[in-house]
Design a protein around this ligand. Sequence first.
Ligand code: FAD
Length: 389
Amino acid sequence: MRLDVAILGGGIAGLWLLERLRAQGHAAMLFEADALGAGQTLASQGIIHGGLKYAIDLKIGQDADALADMPSRWRACLAGKGDVDLAGVRVNAQHHLFWARRSLASRITGFFGSKLLRGRVDALPETAWPQALRDPEQVGAVYQLDEIVLDVPSLLAHFAARLAPWIKQGGVDFRIERNGDGIAALLLRDPMGQERRIEAARYVFAAGAGNEQALAMLEQPASRAQRRPLRMLLIEDVPSPLYAHCFDTSDKPRVTVTTHQAASGKLVWYVGGQIAETGAMQDDAALIASAKREFATLLPRLDLSACRFAGWHVDRAEGATPDGRKPDAPVIQAHGNALLAWPTKLALAPSLADQVLPMLPPPAIGNAADDGWPAPAIAQPIWERAAWR
Ligand code: FAD
């Protein structure tokens, strides 16, 4: 198969890029080893951050800059008016919230009253607080952020339907033929076991943790990629939905809660933030025990006694920064005709594609043939796969 661009990896980075490439007339195909979204994308909370959560300690950092335009960019796409048509993708919440504990509310009110943030955050009157936060002894203030929360399974289903002819199952144990610094051909096994040879002008590795394999094959040091482990918490059968960060004195949220409806109809809270970072060093039982203590402290009126809990270990896979810290923006590394790409955040997938596109030659091949090579499935949401206790 001859292509302008071959993409490895069917998470948000690969799918967004494929959509942009197809719209520009490139003969592009995406190859997914497992199932669409199987890596970090389906494990994400779907929050389209606007950079605010990093600014709570009165620093507007670079990542805030990189993220600032993302909510409006995604909103335009969701309305069918952006560079990628996402009309029909479900939005779980139009605004992610932020709650301040009563003990810290006055400090935070001053910060959010500052000119810097006007228009990006609004204080909510107590009557508009979500049910779960109606605990005036503990909750001092609730703010509405300019951040939407997407239903990621619906985002994946949308891309899978639009791009079906150009998404193929393959990539487990892929091989490459080298050509100087770059790649002469990619050798992939299709689901029937047949080895396929792909020759492309450019190869884009958007394979998340799988990019480490590409680095090795390109004889690049493993230190060009990094992982940050998390153990996320799931709480099944919660009484009401909640989409909110709880901040304290750290610039990291104590908990970040999003809500998802399981196939059973039950509501599931999916919880990240500091609790998931600490959880990376715990097993599921220890995470669940500390999470119960945390919610008893933050929201003691909340009755979770009938709920089931689960942990979910997942690594954030990122391009490395020299000091090993979280990158602020997408990371792209070029090696000959191969590009290794990490968006750093789901929210930054549009920005990653903006940066990759000018690095590619114009379309030359015309349409790539669809020769009956099967497409991958879409991965199951993690709340359908969790080991509940
Ligand atoms: P991935 O989603 O990991 O996709 C890579 C794909 O490549 C996978 O489908 C994998 O199966 C495939 N693959 C691997 N090896 C191969 C191979 N050899 N051949 C072919 N395919 C291969 N960001 C936000 O903006 N908002 C959030 O709320 C948010 N929450 C998060 C919560 C968690 C717990 C985590 C872990 C991350 C979160 N993120 C969030 C970050 C975000 O999920 C990631 O930055 C983003 O999903 C990365 O997308 P990706 O396409 O690069 O990688």
